[in-house]
Write a new protein. Structure first.
Length: 202
């Protein structure tokens, strides 16, 4: 299970206009905690579909082992930009190296052999994909909550105890599903990730 989630709890609650009384949750805090769980479930489904978390990180600092060859491999990809590379106490001229999206950094000459002797600062990830994933996750949760409101009004909800507080719902989490329109919006990212993963795998 992922350690964080796409989307924002308050954004979901604002868009859906659901309060604790609408689905018999008791308190607003209980509802917020449950929405966070739903976002986590949606996020995991998105990652499972795309094949990789759609994260984005700027200024990642990484100590890399020198290979004694002309190339070295960064731990994360796709690489968007290399801000700097330091070998020992010297910062390399950007004209003397180049990096591709898969995380391979090539130098004119050989990288000195050693453990963690090269420090690389770079940006990586999926900035556009992360935004798409956040929107899709929120939409998945909003749809599930809207269904829960309808079911609550029609049939009443079953009570379940979670993490020390009592909430009532008809297994809302099972209704967090990725619609065809969501898959279509993530389809190109999924293809790009598959191709890039094949390239980046030794």
């Amino acid at each position: 299970m992922r350690s964080d989630s796409y989307g924002d709890v308050q954004s979901v609650l604002t868009q859906v206009g659901v309060g604790p009384d609408d689905i018999d949750f008791g308190t607003h805090a209980s509802l917020e905690q449950y929405v966070e769980k739903l976002l986590g479930r949606a996020s995991q489904e998105i990652d499972d579909y795309t094949g990789r978390p759609l994260v984005h990180e700027e200024g990642r600092q990484e100590a890399v082992d020198g290979t004694g060859r002309e190339t070295l491999k960064l731990n994360n990809y796709p690489v968007l930009d290399v801000q700097s590379i330091q070998v020992g106490n010297s910062t390399l001229d950007p004209e003397h190296y180049r990096a591709d999206r898969s995380g391979i950094v090539e130098r004119r000459g050989r990288w000195p052999d050693g453990w963690g002797n090269i420090t690389v600062v770079y940006d990586w990830g999926y900035p556009d994909g992360h935004g798409t994933a956040e929107t899709v996750a929120e939409e998945m949760v909003i749809t599930a909550l809207q269904r829960a409101v309808i079911e609550n009004q029609s049939n009443g909800m079953s009570s379940v105890s979670m993490d020390g507080y009592s909430v009532s719902y008809d297994d809302v989490s099972r209704q967090v599903e990725m619609a065809d329109e969501h898959k279509e919006r993530l389809k190109q990212l999924r293809t790009d990730i598959h191709v890039l993963t094949l390239t980046a795998t030794p």
